[in-house]
Design a protein around this ligand. Structure first.
Ligand code: IMP
Length: 196
């Protein structure tokens, strides 16, 4: 692939930008972020991960004329009919307090026997020709209580992936990425779009 292509990640999250830049660099693709290009952040008005990732990617693509990626992710708890789901960030309120959001998950679960949950990440890729692709990564696990571990972010301290004895917050970043919803969605995108 020629070394001149530029893609955009419609995100202001420095961690996501670094992770994706590292994946794209070997393919000669430079990544710019929403912050680099001063792009507005559209409101997430859709009712699915696919819808919200898609609207962010499409808006950035229309502003820049470049291939644009966006992701939408969250925690879906089976016994709560998939909540907090697309509202995962909003459950933490403003300013963000994930201690409170994790307590809400535990309170709503109560003594439910089924504590199964999954993290979901959908990456949308919008092209200037109007086409769009979606890549969905999931990791299944269970909600543990009390929270354990200091690493990661968000709901990591209460999520223990299937077959593991540690929560995401008790793993290194590399260990988490090898199992995570975001890592899986990125791998699917890289395989389909880059032949990686
Ligand atoms: P967004 O996709 O950046 O809007 O993130 C949605 C929300 O989902 C985050 O604020 C977190 O609450 C939650 N979330 C998404 N991925 C993870 C993760 O890997 N660990 C913990 N929480 C996550």
């Amino acid at each position: 692939m020629a070394g001149t292509e530029t893609w955009v990640l419609a995100s202001h999250n420095a961690g996501k930008i670094k992770e994706l830049s590292d994946i794209l660099a070997p393919f000669g693709i430079a990544l710019k972020s929403a912050a680099d290009l001063d792009l507005p952040e559209p409101e997430e008005t859709e009712d699915s991960f696919e819808g919200n990732a898609g609207l962010k990617a499409r808006a950035a693509c229309e502003s820049t004329g470049l291939v644009c990626l966006a992701d939408d992710s969250g925690l879906a708890v089976d016994a709560l009919d998939g909540a907090p789901g697309i509202y995962s960030a909003r459950w933490a309120g403003e300013p963000r307090d994930f201690g409170r959001a994790m307590q809400m998950v535990q309170d709503e679960l109560g003594d439910a026997a089924d504590r199964t949950a999954r993290f979901v990440c959908v990456i949308a890729l919008a092209r200037p020709d109007g086409s769009m692709a979606h890549y969905r990564g999931e990791v299944v696990g269970e909600i543990v209580w009390p929270p354990r571990g200091e690493a990661g972010f968000g709901y990591d301290p209460i999520f223990q992936p299937e077959g593991e004895t540690r929560t995401f917050a008790e793993m290194s970043a590399a260990e988490k990425r090898a199992l995570s919803h975001r890592g899986r969605a990125l791998a699917l995108m890289a395989a389909a779009e880059l032949g990686a």
